[in-house]
Design a protein around this ligand. Structure first.
Ligand code: NAD
Length: 317
């Protein structure tokens, strides 16, 4: 593992998600140098002005923006948020073709100016876009990862925590598979404190019935749709989730996060990017973990892999 911490962050796309990631990263002091690239120069410049006017209240950092790709030169980590977003009624998979086309142009330029970077994909459908980026970049597998189900898992933990009235930090539970309609809740390994979730029955803190579980998971799946209907985009939770992944990379944390990466013979699943809890550090994604799965969960993961793979194939990859 490299001893030197990595230092320059580039963010591609200064839209709702990219600008909020920049904001979250500045507040949390994730990287001392932040570059914001967008083809829309006026938007990139305006976001940079606004963010720079708040720098006095953040840990020391510099932020610059441009529509020139050279602003990303020498970046250690590049977060990609450029592209089309869901309109009400659209699924994430509906964005695949448009956002794959953006990647075909963008990725060769990025690897030219930052050949040693780690690429973190946020653009949807994130698992498909992560796979395509891996192939287009020719980078080694550990250096290309997607934000995956880190945010979905955070939504999941929030809803469980609320239901049983305990702090969200004490709930350990993951959503795995696609960041999208075929994602699966890993109930069998979920725990609260040191108590397996299936055994949770604490006075004044309830139990989780089968109905509760179904409702919680449905809420996780519907969350983005509700938010998009109400305000047109999701930005805060994804920005915080992305900042957390970036901290794991920049600070070499060996943090376990359900990020999306290329799986090779993971319970027989190969040649597809999807999320399972994985160790993340300054090398990028060190390895997906061999987590316990019951029969339903394993079948769900396979189904998710097939769904993502069929979209990847339909795009000619
Ligand atoms: P947005 O429309 O607000 O911003 C997109 C930005 O990308 C725009 O500013 C646009 O000018 C820029 N852009 C387009 N093509 C570009 C290119 N070739 N190079 C540089 N910039 C380019 O959209 P948003 O709400 O910020 O969402 C961005 C993406 O993030 C969408 O695909 C959305 O679905 C995705 N998203 C993912 C997650 C997740 O959990 N993975 C969560 C929320 C949003």
């Amino acid at each position: 593992m490299p001893d030197q911490p990595t230092r320059k962050l580039a963010i591609i796309g200064a839209g709702s998600v990219g600008a909020t990631i920049a904001y979250a990263c500045l507040i949390r002091g994730v990287a001392p140098r932040v570059a914001l690239f967008d083809v829309n120069k006026a938007k990139a410049d305006a976001e940079a002005l606004d963010l720079n006017h708040g720098l006095q209240f953040c840990p020391p950092a510099q932020l610059e923006a441009s529509d020139d790709i050279n602003i990303c030169s020498g970046a250690d980590v590049i977060v990609i948020t450029a592209g089309a977003k869901q309109k009400p009624g659209q699924s994430r998979m509906d964005l695949a073709s448009a956002n794959a086309s953006i990647c075909r142009v963008l990725i060769p330029k990025l690897i030219n100016v930052a050949p040693n970077s780690i690429l973190l994909l946020v653009t949807n459908p994130v698992d498909v876009i992560t796979y395509i980026t891996l192939k287009l970049s020719g980078f080694p597998t550990p250096r290309v990862l997607g934000s995956g189900t880190v945010m979905d898992s955070s939504r999941f933990r929030h809803l469980i925590a609320k239901r049983v009235s305990v702090a969200v930090a004490n709930v350990h539970a993951y959503i795995a598979g696609e960041h999208g309609d075929s994602e699966i809740p890993l109930w069998s390994s979920a725990s609260i404190g040191a108590i397996a979730l299936k055994d949770w029955a604490v006075p004044h803190h309830g139990k989780l019935t089968v109905r509760d579980r179904a409702e919680i998971f449905q809420n996780v799946k519907d969350a983005a749709r509700h938010i998009i209907e109400g305000k047109g985009a999701t930005n805060y939770a994804i920005a915080l989730a992305t900042a957390r992944i970036l901290e794991a990379i920049f600070r070499n944390e060996n943090r376990i996060l359900p990020v999306s990466s290329l799986l090779t013979d993971y319970r027989g699943i190969s040649d597809v990017c999807l999320s399972v809890p994985s160790i993340v550090n300054s090398t990028g994604i060190e390895q997906p973990l061999p987590i316990p799965l019951n029969e339903n969960e394993e079948a769900g993961l396979r189904n998710s892999a097939d769904t993502i793979r069929s979209t990847i194939r339909s795009l000619g990859f």
